[in-house]
Design a protein around this ligand. Structure first.
Ligand SMILES: [Zn+2]
Length: 570
């Protein structure tokens, strides 16, 4: 194959899959010359979830890209015999909160070639710093959204938080980030911080709305989605009521999707493996049928993981409203012990952001999630506490964490095998179902990943469909997956013979938009009144006294449970 052919195939992609399919035939028909490739992968079952190509073939990789997929003999400087193995697009994780390089090592063993944080992300003013810290130094591809929570932390609590690992500090620095309602001036400040990140190329807005449900008004969240939409980018959210009941979970996605459809903006339903997931999925499918770019992600575990002081774990919500018992559902990650109301209160005084497991769903639901079309897998890997591990550290040196950190992808394939889920369905969930919607936002790095096609970036995961399995458990969360002998990142072999190549060249690439001009226009009362005749009360406009106290006044006390006093003159 000559490079010119690869380029032309690549261009043809925009003309549609029909033409691509025609070109494919041409590619397959052209015999390849000897030693044309840097790397060849022979006799594997090549699976492409976009074209549904599924056949034993040889793959030639050159200059970090898939140059050819052919039945003909090919030779290269390096050769992998993939007989009996699946050759799939490298697995893509859009929800990885841990930022240490050890996390990339663990994720590589699970077949993941890209780790992004689309739910939390990084502070808008630090997007350049976040990417620069990884460029040329990261073993997998990396990307982040512009963080709603950190913009609130900065404006309301004065804390400059760069990533989720640091959020254990930012969440202690004040309570404004979570519970303070914004006035118009603060709203403009928060949005301009998020905007700085979008202009710098962040992957949309990430919002931990469910942790800020008392502070973030419906108007603020709408404006956040509007801002991301001005760039054509997604807002990814931990819904307002997650984890909640079947009704409140549905109301959470309805807020995200109602805004998305009014704005024509892309949206990501973060980890919707919760009560009400069937309605969430139906809403997403129906909106996609109407041409909206909206999608969701799940992790295949019955338990979640969060900080002990999360607002939804307060007794009024967790026990009284949702009906859970602490002693059955809230388990300490480090000690394995379940909390009682008393021991939770004691620990909150000592270590409010202590990491816990939260059991909230029956196991049988997991198989249901793994069958859902168009859904992406995610790990929601949390920061490690304490965090003393490095690239060289052995796996058992890490403190315990939720098993989703290390095992999500291999677990999905194992459970798929055990429950007769078509292999292509799991392959699609593992990469393409996230690459596709991000690519549709115009993100080039995701238009050329998540696919096994000539011209695509050579992020490739090779696994044995009969033996691939997770090995991590709730008791021992950081145990590498097995049955994945090779993982290739941008053409570089990072996992070889089931071990991470410790001295490999770090070839991880930034997953990022080009820098553009700011698109943020500060909100004004006059602007709203001119266009919509009415301005929002919570941002300082509206009719005074038209809304109950504690439900929108900028100085309102946090009101978790909906109790409020109506003004006396009502
Ligand atoms: Zn979350």
């Amino acid at each position: 194959m000559k490079p010119v052919t690869i380029v032309s195939i690549h261009r043809m992609r925009t003309a549609g899959l029909m033409i691509l399919a025609l070109m494919w035939t041409v590619v397959l028909a052209v015999p390849a010359a000897a030693q044309d490739y840097d790397l060849v992968i022979l006799n594997g079952r090549v699976m492409d979830p976009e074209t549904m190509y599924d056949s034993v073939a040889n793959v030639g990789v050159k200059d970090g890209r898939i140059a050819v997929i052919t039945k003909d003999t090919v030779t290269g400087e390096e050769t992998i015999d993939a007989t009996g193995h699946v050759v799939a697009p490298g697995f893509i994780d859009g929800h990885f909160h841990y930022t240490g390089i050890f996390g990339a090592k663990v994720a590589l063993r699970d077949g993941r070639t890209t780790l992004m944080d689309l739910e939390m992300g990084t502070l808008g003013t630090k997007v350049d710093e976040w990417y620069t810290a990884r460029e040329g130094k990261w073993p997998v591809n990396f990307g982040a959204a512009s963080a709603h929570e950190f913009a609130r932390s900065l404006v309301l609590d004065g804390y400059e938080c760069i990533d989720t690992s640091d959020a254990t500090n930012s969440r202690k620095a004040g309570t404004g980030w979570s519970s303070k309602k914004l006035d118009l001036e603060e709203a403009n400040k928060v949005l301009s911080v998020v905007d700085e990140g979008l202009a710098a190329g962040a992957l949309g807005c990430g919002s931990t709305l469910g942790y800020m449900r008392d502070g973030v008004s419906a108007r603020e969240f709408f404006e956040l989605q509007r801002l991301a939409g001005l760039y054509g980018r997604q807002t990814g959210a931990h819904f307002r009521y997650t984890p909640g009941s079947e009704v409140t979970e549905a109301n959470g996605i309805q807020e995200l999707l109602a805004n998305a459809s009014a704005l024509g903006a892309p949206a990501l339903a973060c980890h919707f493996n919760n009560p009400g997931y069937n309605l969430v999925q139906e809403l997403l499918v129906r909106m996609r049928a109407r041409g909206m770019n909206v999608w969701g992600e799940i992790y295949p575990y019955a338990a979640g993981s969060t900080a002990l002081n999360a607002v939804f774990l307060e007794p009024e919500m967790w026990v009284e409203t949702l009906g859970y018992k602490y002693e059955e559902t809230i388990q300490d990650v480090a000690t394995g012990e379940f909390y009682t109301q008393e021991s939770r209160e004691e620990m909150l005084k000592k270590e409010p952001t202590r990491v816990v497991l939260v059991y909230k769903m029956p196991k049988s639901a997991i198989v249901d999630w793994l069958r859902l079309p168009g859904v992406a897998l995610c790990s929601d890997a949390m920061p490690l506490v304490p965090d003393e591990v490095t690239w060289e550290s052995p796996y058992d040196a890490a403190p315990n964490s939720h098993p989703r950190f290390s095992g999500t992808w291999a677990r999905a394939f194992r459970m798929g095998r055990e429950n007769d889920i078509p292999l292509m369905q799991t392959v699609a969930m593992s990469s393409y179902n996230l690459a596709r919607p991000l690519g549709e936002m115009g993100l080039k790095a995701m238009q050329e990943r998540g696919r096994m096609q000539p011209g695509m970036v050579a992020d490739i995961t090779i696994f044995d469909p009969e033996t691939i399995t997770d090995n991590s458990t709730y008791e021992k969360g950081i145990v590498p997956s097995t049955g994945i002998p090779y993982v290739i990142v941008n053409g570089t072999i990072m996992v070889k013979d089931s071990e991470v190549v410790q001295d490999a060249t770090f070839s991880g690439q930034p997953i990022r938009f080009e820098r553009v001009e700011s698109r943020f226009e500060p909100l004004t009362i006059e602007g709203w009144q001119k266009t919509y005749y009415a301005s929002p009360v919570d941002f300082g406009g509206g009719v005074p006294g038209s809304q109950p106290r504690n439900m929108g006044a900028p100085d309102a006390l946090p009101d978790t449970h909906g109790h409020f006093d109506r003004p006396a003159d009502n």
